[in-house]
Ligand binder design. Structure first.
Ligand code: C5P
Length: 330
């Protein structure tokens, strides 16, 4: 009997993303509001000798060796739990690669949960979340899903109440953006060096982690999510939410990829309630009133030919979950 486990984890968009000056470890303190959306990464984990990875769907040209976050996730769980079994992972990707939607993080989260089930390591959600944080700042959120505020590197999560379902139009670019490069552009724009020190003319810098805000605040306060955004999410009213979409990485992403200005303008012309670059980009998320409005905005944006793909999704959706546990005959 060969156990086989299928796990699904969602991509995310950032409804708000506030960035502070880099800490001594190079990471930036964040205050962000994540919403998990209905684009999914599916991982099928089957018992095997070593750890192998096959990729289907998007990203068929991504590396499948230990530089892939899914492989690292399996290896990390194996090492920490002392398991000596292997896994053959098959990944089917829907989330854009290097799109600012945490697709790679969703792969890692799904793999952690799938291998935990396959190997019977029986880690709780909390222990899995700790391993997730070791793998990357966005991985813990892919485990929990729904809506959450992220602080620290984005990995310290506080669940947030959200009412209703929001309809989004995503403009996906053919070529991704490097997250570290976008953070570097953020630093350059704010006159910050990589260790958080402000150069002449820059904003106030942090003495220690998280003590200053270089981004939207531009002053010496820790980045924080506007409480009005939290209220907006309780309203279930997209018109209210539309007023609170914000992203400190939008400008640096636009600097690296000026065409994103055309995407934002096209979303506006198409009648989107608001549009914002998701995370470090280049995916743009445009908010619609409801499903028919999203279809109409998507149609107009498609005709504008500003993106490789225009998708419609909804959020919030749950985090990583087991879809199927199969005991097949070998
Ligand atoms: O944690 P993760 O590997 O996803 O982050 C990728 C890169 O993005 C980091 O190496 C860092 O350059 C940048 N980053 C950052 N501050 C954060 C999150 C990511 O500077 N809070």
């Amino acid at each position: 009997m060969t156990p086989k486990v299928q796990v699904r984890a969602p991509g995310k968009i950032n409804l708000a993303l506030h960035v502070g000056p880099p800490r001594p470890d190079g990471y930036h303190p964040l205050a962000t509001l994540f919403q998990a959306v209905s684009l999914y990464e599916d991982v099928v984990a089957e018992a095997a000798d070593g750890v192998t990875l096959t990729i289907r769907g998007r990203g068929a040209d991504l590396p499948t060796d230990a530089s892939n976050l899914a492989v690292r996730a399996a290896q990390l769980l194996r090492e920490t739990s002392g398991v000596d079994r292997g896994v053959a992972l098959t990944l089917t990707k829907e989330v854009p690669v290097a799109g600012g939607m945490a697709g790679g993080s969703a792969d890692a989260a799904a793999t952690l949960l799938a291998c935990d089930q396959l190997w019977g390591t029986g880690l709780g959600r909390e222990e899995l979340a700790e391993l997730a944080a070791e793998l990357g700042a966005d991985v813990p959120f892919a485990l929990t899903g729904l809506s959450a505020m992220g602080t620290g590197r984005g990995d310290l999560l506080t669940p947030v109440m959200s009412r209703g379902t929001y309809h989004w139009v995503l403009a996906v670019q053919g070529e991704g953006l490097s997250t570290p490069a976008v953070f570097r552009a953020f630093d350059a724009m704010h006159g910050l060096s990589a260790d958080g020190a402000a150069r002449a003319g820059g904003v106030a810098a942090a003495d220690d982690a998280g003590s200053a805000g270089a981004g939207s605040a531009g002053g010496a306060e820790a980045p924080r999510v506007d409480p009005a955004l939290l209220s907006a999410l309780l309203s279930a009213d997209p018109l209210v939410l539309a007023r609170h979409l914000t992203n400190d990485l939008q400008e640096p992403a636009l600097e690296l990829r000026p065409e994103l200005g055309d995407v934002l303008a096209a979303a506006d012309r198409a009648g989107a309630l608001a549009a914002v670059v998701s995370g470090s980009g280049p995916t743009v998320a445009a908010l619609a009133l409801d499903a028919p409005h999203a279809a109409s905005v998507a149609g107009v944006m498609r005709a504008a030919e500003v993106a490789a793909e225009i998708l419609t999704v909804t959020g919030p959706v749950p985090g990583a979950r087991v879809l199927e546990r199969v005991h097949a005959r070998r």
